[in-house]
Every structure is written in C-alpha cells, then in structure tokens.
Ligand binder design. Structure first.
Ligand SMILES: [Zn+2]
Length: 214
C-alpha cells in the first residue's frame, strides 16, 4: 500500500516474512509443532512453565526495520510478530516504538477496535493490539483507516500477560500439520493446546480501563 507517511513500528516488511516448514515431532512423550529444522529460540516459555519443552512455538520472522535497503516494501496488513511481542512486553507504542505510558499519570493510552478486543469484565479485556502513545494518536487516527472507522480510546492502569493469538494445528496421518483454527486465543492456562499452537501475537489482559474518547 502507498500513501502512508509513517510506517508503524509493528508493521511487517516483505523480506521479514519467513516461510520455513513446520511439522509435528515427538517431544517429551507427545507430538509438538516445530520448525524443520528447529532452533532453541523458536519456543516461548509460558509463565510458570517448568521447561522449554513445554513452550509455545512462535512464528519465525526477521527484524529488518532498521535496514531499509534489505527489508523490502511494507505489508500494511501484516504484523511483525517479534516487534508486536516487544511492544506488549515493554508497553511500547505500536506506531513509533517508544514507551507508551504517560509519565505523569502512569496510565497507558490504548485505542482499540472491536476486532482486536474482547471484554472480560466491567473495566477489563483482552487484546493483541499494542498501545499507542499520546503523541502518535492523532497521526494513527489520520492514517489508519481501520482505526478511523471504528475505535474507542481508553486509558489502561495495568496489564497482565494472558496468552497468545495463534493458528492451531492437529497432526495428520504422517504427522503433517493440519490447520484447525486461525487467529484463535490460546491462554497460558490451557497447556493442552500449547503443543498444537503457532503463536503470531502476544495477548495482554488490560485492567482499570477507562473510556476517554469516542
Ligand atoms: Zn508513539
């Protein structure tokens, strides 16, 4: 797509996308998804899990944002899983990549659209969309058609790691992966799904949400 003056921090570039093959392989007495060949850094360890063998496979992606001559063109509909993860871990703005928390109020501004938000309580909910800092919000609304069409602006007091957004697979006859669900939420508390999960984004539960915009 063209016409964007800013390429948001979380947006993927063509040459960052990786199409390495995945397959089910035996591990610790069961089958789990793995890249072929696998690398130790492929798995994310769920909070509280005892070993890396109980990890969740995360979609491989390169990080070439700071290499404009190598990264290729932006893919406005694709997120870079590693930068999305970093934004969620460190509460970085999805547009500029700087800390999103308002240093005065200690609140985090968070514009959300219905498609990326699931309410879990009166002032809480889950999302895979990172926050946006106050200075980037006007620009984000101006340039992002999805956000402009339907969004609510909240401030958030605290966050909790909830799980991942993922594609789920089951092993076929030859252990080949058969897709069973696309963009499904997998909780850290549902270990029975973890060996079948290919995580594409980290999901946070937001607490102390207060609506401050439309
Ligand atoms: Zn920003």
């Amino acid at each position: 797509m063209t016409g964007y003056t800013t390429i948001p921090y979380t947006i993927a570039f063509a040459n960052e996308l990786v199409k390495d093959p995945i397959a089910f392989e035996p591990c610790a007495g069961r089958l789990r998804l793995a890249y072929q060949p696998s690398q130790p850094g492929d798995w994310i360890k769920p909070p509280g899990a005892e070993s890396w063998e109980l990890g969740i496979l995360r979609a491989r992606v390169r990080d070439l944002r700071n290499k404009p001559d190598q990264r290729g063109s932006e893919r406005m509909r694709k997120l870079n899983a590693r930068r999305q993860w970093r934004c969620m871990d460190k509460l970085l703005c999805q547009v500029c990549g700087s800390p999103a928390m308002d240093p005065k109020t200690r609140l985090i501004p968070w514009p959300l659209t219905k498609t990326v938000f699931e309410r879990t309580g009166l002032d809480s909910g889950r999302t895979n969309a990172p926050p946006t800092c106050w200075s980037c919000i006007p620009k984000a609304l101006e340039e992002c058609p999805m956000l402009r069409a339907d969004f609510t602006l909240y401030t958030v007091r605290a966050v909790e790691s909830a799980g991942v957004l993922a594609d789920l697979y089951r092993p076929g006859i030859f252990h080949e992966p058969v897709l069973t669900a696309h963009n499904a939420f997998v909780s850290w508390d549902a270990p029975q799904y973890h060996p079948r999960t290919l995580a594409v984004a980290k999901v946070l539960e937001l607490h102390g949400m207060k609506q401050v915009g439309p």
